[in-house]
Design a protein around this ligand. Structure first.
Ligand SMILES: NC(=O)c1ccc[n+]([C@@H]2O[C@H](COP(=O)([O-])OP(=O)(O)OC[C@H]3O[C@@H](n4cnc5c(N)ncnc54)[C@H](O)[C@@H]3O)[C@@H](O)[C@H]2O)c1
Length: 491
């Protein structure tokens, strides 16, 4: 049975949470007194459905059920998680949290999205303070991994642990903030940068556009992969952090910043900034900007994923849980029945796999079939541990036939038939489907190779046995229509 999340307040942030839970297989109940709540959430959900499945190379679970309610008590009854995302006003948060606690299970997690309040402030006069913690996300919640999980000393630590596990299960990165503080950790930096930027614009030093370029052409990219301290460590050369601090520490005494002052938000300053912002980005609609933002975030996180680094390492960890318990994680010995072609890929076509025609690029068919071959190798025991011992399969020949189109977001599956598998030789025939639609076939011929001599060699006894079991079972399958064709040859 699916787990259930209650989303209290379905604005920008509540909508993002709803999408994050829903697309990870949770049932979601939304409570928001705004009569337009459902209409407001629809575009957020559409953006999430477009972008989130692109992040991983394994399909997300089937979506849960989404429902809207106008009775808060019913919404929170029997749920596993309550996420409060109402406006940032303490009296509203107190009122809502009291109503939530009057009806929700005592062991449900109650997370608040508050950007500024401390958990102890939210817990004031609460029936069960131990149940309440801050779970502060980042916009867009359906793509950004970070959640600052902030307990107060009164929060039940076992519940905090459980909250972190749930968030990891949603593909997020829970950062346990050990000491509560106004505005937590990340927004304190943003506040510092925001203050400095306001002064620079007000004093005519830079426009909004120049400031954004200073960020996105330089330290913004750096921070996305190494943060602040590791970036400075590398800047210190071999001597590292100590050298960096010795070199740049004295600069902190110079009157560079105006961090403790805030320029007054006069009409003139607001007009100046809003005018510059219009000049900078007024040619784009909000929808265009959100699409660009999501495409860029997906692309950046996917490249970090290839390096198993930062936010990309979080995606890889999520994939492990998505695969766990499915055929996509099993060893051949654990599959009871191998008589049919074997599922080797089940994924969504990501946003960055399509080309100028809007459909999946040829190179990506090869990538998907390459992934299917890699998965087949792992299935028979030729995994990273085995390869480290000095043996692997090398692809000697590939033939791909394209039958139908695939577009971004399509859920594709590859099923793999062994045409020959004995000794050094492995001959695989992959078929790629979207639903019942056959999109392509990919035929790979591989040789087992000694990584030391770089010459063909026999695989281990265990791999040979696993492969022969599947090859024998597949020997009775009909030879696929497209197998063994040369280029241009038609039936
Ligand atoms: N916007 C951000 O970038 C951001 C980022 C992280 C956290 N937050 C935090 O998330 C929370 C929500 O911010 P937002 O930007 O989504 O605001 P929002 O104004 O977009 O959404 C608030 C929603 O709460 C609803 N609401 C009002 N009273 C309610 C009630 N009594 N019960 C249920 N719903 C009610 C409103 O109708 C609205 O849909 C705030 O605490 C904010 O600090 C915001």
């Amino acid at each position: 049975m699916n787990k259930t999340a209650a989303i209290i307040g379905g604005g920008v942030i509540g909508g993002g949470w709803a999408a994050r839970f829903l697309l990870n297989g949770w049932d979601v109940r939304v409570f928001d007194p705004d009569p337009d709540a459902e209409a407001k959430l629809a575009p957020v959900l559409a953006q999430a459905r477009r972008a989130l499945p692109s992040l991983t190379d394994v399909a997300l679970p089937p979506e849960g059920r989404l429902s809207f309610h106008n009775d808060l008590a019913n919404v929170v009854r029997n749920v596993d998680w309550v996420q409060e995302s109402v406006p940032e006003r303490l009296e509203i948060k107190h009122r809502v949290l009291a109503q939530v606690q009057a009806a929700c299970p005592e062991n449900a997690i109650i997370g608040s999205s508050t950007s500024g309040f401390k958990p102890s402030e939210l817990q004031r006069d609460a029936e069960r303070p131990g149940q309440i913690m801050v779970c502060h996300p980042f916009n867009p919640v359906y793509l950004m991994p970070l959640v600052e999980v902030v307990p107060s000393p009164a929060t039940d630590l076992a519940l905090v642990k459980r909250a972190q596990e749930v968030l990891r299960g949603l593909g997020m990165y829970p950062l346990h903030v050990r000491k509560e503080i106004d505005a937590h950790i990340a927004d304190r930096f943003l506040e510092a940068v925001w203050r400095e930027a306001l002064w620079l614009v007000r004093d005519g030093v830079a426009t909004t556009e120049e400031i954004d370029e200073a960020i996105r052409m330089g330290f913004g990219i750096r921070w996305g992969q190494m943060g602040l301290f590791d970036t400075y460590r590398t800047a210190g050369g071999e001597a590292g952090m100590r050298h960096f601090m010795a070199q740049f520490g004295p600069a902190l005494q110079w009157p560079w910043t105006k961090l403790m002052d805030v320029p007054e938000f006069t009409d003139e300053l607001v007009d100046l900034i809003a005018g510059q912002s219009d000049a900078q980005s007024g040619h784009m609609t909000l929808a265009q900007m959100l699409t660009a933002r999501d495409d860029n975030l997906v692309g950046m996180m996917r490249s970090l994923k290839a390096n198993n680094w930062g936010a990309g390492a979080v995606l890889n960890a999520h994939e492990v849980t998505l695969r766990a318990g499915t055929d996509l994680a099993a060893h051949a010995d654990d599959l009871e029945n191998v008589s049919a072609p074997i599922l080797t890929v089940r994924r969504s076509v990501p946003l960055d796999w399509t080309d100028y025609n809007g459909h999946m690029n040829e190179a990506r068919y090869l990538q998907a079939f390459g992934d299917a071959t890699d998965r087949f190798m792992a299935l028979i025991g030729c995994d990273a541990d085995y390869i480290a011992t000095g043996g692997s399969y090398f692809t000697a020949e590939t033939h791909i036939r394209h039958m139908d189109e695939a577009v971004a977001g399509d859920l594709i599956e590859v099923r793999t038939q062994v045409l020959a598998g004995a000794g050094k030789k492995l001959h695989l025939y992959h078929e790629m489907y979207e639903g019942k639609r056959l999109l392509a076939s990919g035929e790979h011929f591989l040789l087992h190779v000694s990584l030391e001599s770089r010459r063909p060699s026999n695989p281990s006894v265990a791999i040979s046995a696993a492969l022969e079991r599947i090859a024998e079972a597949h020997a009775s399958l009909p030879l696929p229509d497209g197998a063994g064709r040369s280029v241009g040859q038609r039936p």
